[in-house]
Design a protein. Sequence first.
Length: 283
Amino acid sequence: MRKLLILGLISLLTACGQAGKSGSTEAEKSAGAGAKPVVGDTAVFKFSRQGYVEGKVQSIDGTRYKMMYGQSPQTVDAVDVYPLPKPEAKVDVRPGDIVVAHRRDAYWPGAEVKSVNGDVIEVQIIAEGDIVNVPHEKVIKINSAAVAEFKQYAQEVAFLKAAKTGRPHPPSDYQPKAGQRVVAEWTDKTWYIGNVVAASPSKAKIKWPASFPESQLTLDKVLPYPAPAASPKANDFLIVKQDSENQSFAYAQVTAVNGNSVEVKLADGKTRTVKQGDFYVVN
């Protein structure tokens, strides 16, 4: 009888041990589901303020990943590298969450979740404002620091969208002449200081201080420089001269007017004071 009891106890302990091993394996599998990519894996990593891209892990040095995006090597912090989601993976997100979502090819831009409907997640791309529907396996939750950066970027995008609904206008009787310095529109709503090479009643040829090719512009895209005196009001949008004349004018919003100086807020939230001659009102 005693022998039978001992054999039963051994059998019970063996069974418990096997169950414990099975439980550990499942826990390890669960933990491994979110494991960091290893050398040779294709992963999604931070590439710019706009979003992330897919690339192959070339090497890992501590907390730094060397990634290959096309033919371009990139070095990225480990916290900004994510495994490529597996087919039919499910992601736990809610409206208002900031994520990265697959858009096209290897590009995963920052986006805000608008709704979750079964297998479809509706997101709004931060950079372009487009609304797209993507499956769960095309959405990645990102770390809190990355979320904060995308929220800041979203504020800047919204600021510039509002600022660029208008444009600066030259005086109604303005006619540029060869040899004059001007501020002109290099590309859509991007303004630089330049010099007039030649002018007609309807157009002006502009030479830029940077290495841009000369531009033939209609006169609505050419402003006298320095700017004529203006009387902006609080909340008006402006374009303002930056520290270097080779930089494009920055969009800004008036926060206060003090005589001939104007306090403004830039898209990134920084503030500065500008004086008459260095800004144009956008309307």
